[in-house]
Design a protein around this ligand. Structure first.
Ligand SMILES: NC(=O)c1ccc[n+]([C@@H]2O[C@H](COP(=O)([O-])OP(=O)(O)OC[C@H]3O[C@@H](n4cnc5c(N)ncnc54)[C@H](O)[C@@H]3O)[C@@H](O)[C@H]2O)c1
Ligand SMILES: O[C@H]1[C@H](O)[C@@H](O)[C@H](O)[C@@H](O)[C@H]1O
Length: 334
């Protein structure tokens, strides 16, 4: 059986997901889409022969739609996810699940009350081969207990709407989720340091930032989140263990030696860097819905990431180290 998918948001990643669901993923087809930018949505609708709906709500409630992908702007995510839960439809929501811990907790409560797992969050790094290998090695015990993790999350330039808080809530949230997943433990506290200001940053954008996290067992993490590398999209992660160090590999790239110089390409953005991870994420999501239900990052993971992001933003504003405090985890997610 082919799952009929509705997509809300046909901007950069929304269109990319429609392409992926059409050309790469098996067992699903996109039948509905919506975007407040009607002109672009109509273009995508024609390109992929998908029916346009005036609103995301109409996509969610359409009897022709079995499951929904949310790829609209961050502040719209929670309301659409809650509506999917009401409509009892599976939903893959791009990160972040909501723009605050409160919004995410509302989703957690609504999903648990409905008694069926319907929500998956687009933390696609969990499907990246490099991160999966890091996790496998950590869990094998080969490098002993992890002690520290050093990370970089560098974007070439930010989008025009990017804000200082979004550096943590929208970009840094990937580090927050992937490191908790890698280590298999929650955070205890967080702090944010501001580096020397990059004068090339958008007006008013404080950039770069350094997120400092400490896990419950004492692992120390430093993560540079830099929106203006200017040279490319660059994701780094090094885990220092008791007996060895492991590092996330860079994407394969040919070393070119020419005219007395050696060089290799650096990717421009996430769509190239994580293309395989998105493909695996989507194929597994489709397969899981047809089997026993979604097994990827869930609403609780979205909530934990949001609490952590909110706490880091508070810590940055107050220039303090803040405890990261979670509500009790509902048995539904254990
Ligand atoms: N997992 C990842 O690596 C990754 C990568 C890129 C973007 N994202 C997430 O995907 C989302 C979209 O990002 P993007 O880069 O494609 O942004 P974008 O601005 O290119 O596209 C977002 C689209 O949402 C539309 N939109 C806004 N409100 C809407 C509404 N109420 N109903 C329907 N459409 C609406 C906008 O018109 C726009 O076309 C963001 O939440 C972002 O955090 C995730
Ligand atoms: O910093 C960017 C991340 O690296 C991407 O993976 C996307 O999530 C994008 O929305 C963020 O702005």
């Amino acid at each position: 059986m082919e799952l009929r998918i509705g997509v809300i948001g046909t901007g950069a990643i929304g269109e990319d997901h429609i392409r992926r669901l059409t050309d790469t993923i098996t067992g699903a087809r996109v039948v509905a889409l919506s975007d407040i930018n009607k002109e672009n949505a109509m273009r995508v609708s024609k390109k992929y022969n998908v029916t346009f709906y005036e609103t995301g709500y109409e996509v969610i409630w359409s009897p022709d739609v079995d499951a929904v992908v949310i790829a609209s702007w961050d502040p719209t995510h929670a309301e659409f996810v809650l509506e999917c839960i009401k409509a009892k439809k599976h939903v893959l929501c791009e990160k972040p699940l909501g723009t605050s811990a409160e919004e995410c907790m509302e989703i957690v409560k609504a999903e648990a009350a409905g008694g069926k797992k319907l929500v998956q969050v687009g933390f696609m790094r969990r499907y990246d081969k490099g991160y999966r290998k890091l996790k496998e090695i950590i869990e094998s015990g080969e490098i002993g207990e992890p002690l520290m993790i050093h990370c970089c999350h560098r974007n070439r330039v930010p989008g025009p709407q990017h804000t200082t808080d979004m550096t943590i809530k929208n970009s840094g949230i990937h580090e927050i989720d992937i490191l908790r997943w890698l280590l298999g433990e929650d955070y205890e506290s967080g702090q944010v340091l501001m580096a020397k200001q990059n004068q090339n940053a958008l007006d008013g954008l404080k950039d770069p930032q350094i997120m400092l996290l400490k896990t419950k067992s004492g692992v120390r993490i430093d993560a540079e989140v830099n929106m203006n590398s200017h040279y490319g999209y660059d994701i780094q992660c090094e885990v220092v263990g008791e007996k060895g160090v492991i590092r996330l590999p860079d994407p394969i790239s040919i070393l070119k030696k020419k005219s007395g110089m050696g060089s290799h390409e650096i990717l421009a953005d996430w769509s190239q860097r994580f293309v395989e991870a998105y493909d695996v994420e989507f194929q597994q999501w489709i397969n899981s819905i047809k089997e026993s239900g979604p097994v990827g990052p869930n609403a609780w993971d979205g909530y934990v990431a949001a609490v952590t992001a909110d706490t880091l933003i508070k810590a940055r504003k107050l220039k303090t180290i803040e405890p990261i405090i979670l509500e009790p985890q509902p048995a539904f997610y254990c």
